[in-house]
Write a new protein. Structure first.
Lengths: 265, 250
């Protein structure tokens, strides 16, 4: 295929490995500037943890990556493919953004499972109807994925009959069913009872261990330190500090990060 | 059987309601069939109009929303009897004008088609509001999840929004269906032989007003009871996966 982007002709090794790149992302809600120029790079296999206080813009940043929120300006590049935008920042090509979204699966704070469908139906929905995978294959794979998150015995249960932790694990199975090139986690344990957090973190930890590319917005500092290989601290819409977890958590430079870490510890 | 009716003094009524002439029972049932045919058609048309209307009101541009606001406001403001008279005569008039313009003769508009069209337009206005409310009651996260997995808008509507809103829409739609069955009686004014008109003819021919209107009332009641059972089933299906408010969901 022909591309106007000269860079795409260069067989750059680093570019091939790149999973998610965000460049100078700005987001306004009316006159309120929530993101003030955020740039971020996640290579294949990276686990990037995004931390920050409430209102720091971390969820908004995550939602701008798959255009659930329309960025006001900036560049989003997924797997080397830049999302084409209109002058107002919205996605210019509906098909392109839909295609890109199928490669980025999202896990939400409130699970957002489809309540009128069983767990199995939730997991096969996107593979069968969006990706056009044969239904029998999708069902086999869905059982394997539900098994993996410890829920295959609940395959025919409706989400409302499950605990929050079970729903979130099912949501992760749904996210895996599309075989994503990167996964976006939006505070996946924030809506859970404390005793249910562990079971969800175990699943995410396994995914990190098998080399999945993940962008993880979280309040679980201990967990972020353990699974992430890169930590980003957002403060009032800007990246205040970033680096390897040992640096960010062990040797915070800015006063704000020091204060934040002591407040959540 | 015959003696029992005789004893109760109902043998005349039974004779009048008999399905074979000189009884008028067959006429009443024919009227009922016509009523149901129109009610079904009008309800179906109304739901289709309602789906487009609700989508248009929620997701449409400014012009679409304004036009739909005019439609729902006007239709819901004017008494249905007046609307039926207007839409029926205007519809017939337009059809005739078109027919004569292309060199045809007078067209006879079928009562069934006119009835479905007129009541469907009325039902559509109410259905638009019922479905708009139901769509808005769907948790935003479910639609957002569909979007985040690359579902196109129409597929999201079909696979997520419509099934998820059904449980909110069914009680309102059941109301609309029952109203549709009874609104068919208004078509008597344009001379369409639905149940009420058939009843009136039978009653005035035999002077047995009480018998015939009571029988018609019983038929309408039976339709309502049967509809209640059907909509109960539909609602149970639409609410699948949702916890019951009475507890004991499993």
């Amino acid at each position: 295929m022909y591309s106007n982007n000269a860079l795409s002709f260069v067989p750059d090794v680093a570019a091939l490995e790149e999973a998610i790149r965000v460049e100078d992302l700005h987001k306004y809600f009316d006159s309120l500037e929530v993101l003030k120029g955020v740039s971020l790079l996640a290579n294949k296999g990276d686990v990037v943890a995004v931390i920050g206080g409430s209102g720091s813009g971390k969820s908004t940043m995550l939602r701008c990556i798959n255009f659930l929120e329309t960025p006001s300006s900036g560049k989003i590049v997924i797997g080397g493919e830049e999302v084409a935008t209109r002058p107002d920042g919205s996605a210019a090509d509906r098909r392109q953004i839909e295609r890109i979204r199928t490669r980025l699966s999202m896990v939400f704070q409130q699970f957002n499972l489809w309540t009128h469908r069983t767990l199995l139906e939730n997991v096969i929905e996107v593979p069968v109807h969006v990706l056009k995978v044969p239904k029998a294959d999708a069902i086999d794979r869905a059982h394997a994925l539900l098994e993996r998150v410890g829920l295959d015995d609940k395959a025919d249960t409706f989400p409302a009959h499950l605990s929050g932790g079970q729903q979130q694990r099912a949501a992760i199975a749904r996210a895996l069913a599309v075989d994503p090139s990167a996964m976006l986690f939006d505070e996946p344990t924030s809506a859970l009872d404390p005793e249910l957090v562990g079971e969800v973190l175990t699943v995410i930890r396994d995914l990190a261990a098998e080399g999945r590319t993940m962008l993880l917005v979280t309040h679980e500092m201990k967990f972020a330190r353990e699974v992430a290989n890169h930590v980003v601290y957002l403060y009032q819409g800007r990246i205040e500090e970033q680096g390897p977890p040992a640096e960010v958590f062990g040797n915070p430079q800015s006063d704000r990060l020091k204060q934040f870490l002591s407040s959540v510890a | 059987m015959a003696e029992l009716l005789e004893m109760l003094g109902l043998s005349t009524s039974a004779e009048l309601l008999s399905l074979r002439p000189p009884g008028w029972g067959y006429n009443l049932l024919r009227g009922l069939a016509n009523s149901l045919q129109i009610a079904l058609g009008a309800f179906g048309l109304g739901v289709v109009i309602g789906l487009f209307g609700a989508s248009g009101k929620l997701y449409g541009g400014k012009v679409t929303r304004d036009l739909l606001a005019i439609y729902t406001t006007v239709i819901r403001a004017v008494p249905e009897l007046v609307l039926i008279l207007i839409l029926y005569y205007v519809g017939t008039d337009i059809a005739n004008k078109i027919s004569s313009a292309i060199g045809g003769g007078r067209v006879e508009i079928s009562g069934v088609v006119a009835g479905i069209w007129v009541l469907g337009v009325v039902q559509g206005a109410y259905a638009t509001e019922v479905l708009r409310g139901a769509i808005q009651a769907v948790p935003a996260g479910q639609i957002e999840a569909a979007k985040s997995y690359g579902m196109p808008a129409w597929m999201t509507m079909r696979r997520v929004t419509i099934p998820a809103m059904m449980s909110f829409a069914v009680p309102g739609l059941a109301n609309l269906w029952l109203i549709a069955t009874k609104d068919t009686a208004l078509l008597a004014v344009v001379g369409f032989s639905e149940l009420t008109l058939e009843t009136r003819q039978a009653a005035s021919s035999t002077r047995a007003y009480f018998t015939f209107f009571l029988a018609a009332g019983a038929l309408y009641l039976m339709v309502t009871l049967f509809s209640g059972v059907v909509f109960g089933r539909i609602e149970k299906w639409a609410r699948r996966g949702q916890p019951s408010l009475r507890g004991g969901t499993r």
